[in-house]
Design a protein around this ligand. Structure first.
Ligand SMILES: NC(=O)c1ccc[n+]([C@@H]2O[C@H](COP(=O)([O-])OP(=O)(O)OC[C@H]3O[C@@H](n4cnc5c(N)ncnc54)[C@H](OP(=O)(O)O)[C@@H]3O)[C@@H](O)[C@H]2O)c1
Length: 229
């Protein structure tokens, strides 16, 4: 039977590359993004894979749009849910941090993934998988340079969310991976990043393939190595 994956932030960067690689593997892909009508790269992919790729409008912070996604998926099951949408927020130094920007980033990076999983979990069967796209910047053990209060804390909190979700969903047979993609050339990663999105997502596809109850709740690099919290 054809497997189904839902990807958020699917119009560019790592989300778009997830869509490409899941389509190559024969999945039905629900590609969610804020403005599907102007998502040029996604629309090109749709021309090649018309019946296997559905685009769905989704701002992950928007309650009615999360519900609309659930309604769109009624009658389907979700085998894999990739919570990929994320923002860095303003790059402010100590002394410049302010709460409005911080809350905005937390809403996208930390809170929206929980609310989306809560909305969709009834469509996820035993054996299904949830991926949270976090960052090594959220590792407290790895923080040797300080700064980045907003982004670091949003991803550290997402890591805590992932661990709780792994416990809470284990009796449903749903597994959770808390994944760092590497430092990747995208709009967020910038041009000096170390790897391209194809390499990153190829590695993460293997991580997702191996994901199951025995390794649910791990903080894991794109190459499969565990990352200290
Ligand atoms: N690139 C890296 O080196 C790196 C490293 C560690 C972790 N990550 C994580 O990996 C994920 C993907 O990163 P990326 O490098 O692909 O970033 P990116 O190129 O900046 O793309 C971010 C994606 O998130 C979407 N997005 C932002 N806010 C949204 C919202 N409210 N609702 C729905 N979609 C929203 C964007 O959509 P719009 O086009 O509409 O803005 C875009 O599709 C993020 O969670 C990021 O934190 C990336």
């Amino acid at each position: 039977m054809t497997k189904t994956v839902v990807v958020t932030g699917a119009n560019r960067g790592l989300g778009l590359e997830y869509c490409r690689q899941f389509l190559e593997k024969g999945y039905k892909v629900y590609a969610c993004c804020r403005a599907p009508e102007s998502a040029e790269d996604l629309l090109k992919l749709k021309q090649q894979h018309c019946e296997k790729l559905e685009t769905v409008p989704l701002d992950v912070t928007h309650p009615a749009q999360r519900t609309n996604l659930k309604n769109t998926l009624q009658g389907e099951q979700i085998d894999i849910l990739i919570n990929n949408a994320g923002i860095y927020g303003q790059r402010v130094k100590f002394g410049e941090v302010e709460s409005e920007e911080w809350l905005k980033v937390m809403k996208v990076n930390t809170i929206a993934p929980v609310l989306l999983v809560q909305e969709l979990v009834k469509l996820m069967p035993q054996g299904s998988k949830i991926v949270l796209m976090t960052s090594k910047m959220g590792s407290i053990a790895d923080n040797t340079s300080g700064g980045s209060y907003i982004y670091r804390s949003s991803k550290a909190a997402l890591n805590a969310v992932g661990k709780s979700m792994a416990h809470d969903l284990s009796d449903k047979g749903i597994s959770v991976a808390i994944c760092h993609p590497g430092w990747v050339v995208t709009d967020m990663g910038g041009p000096n990043a170390l790897i391209d999105s194809r390499t990153s997502i190829k590695g993460l596809m293997a991580v997702i393939e191996r994901l199951g109850p025995e390794n649910s709740g791990q903080f894991i690099n794109y190459d499969g190595a565990l990352i200290p919290w």
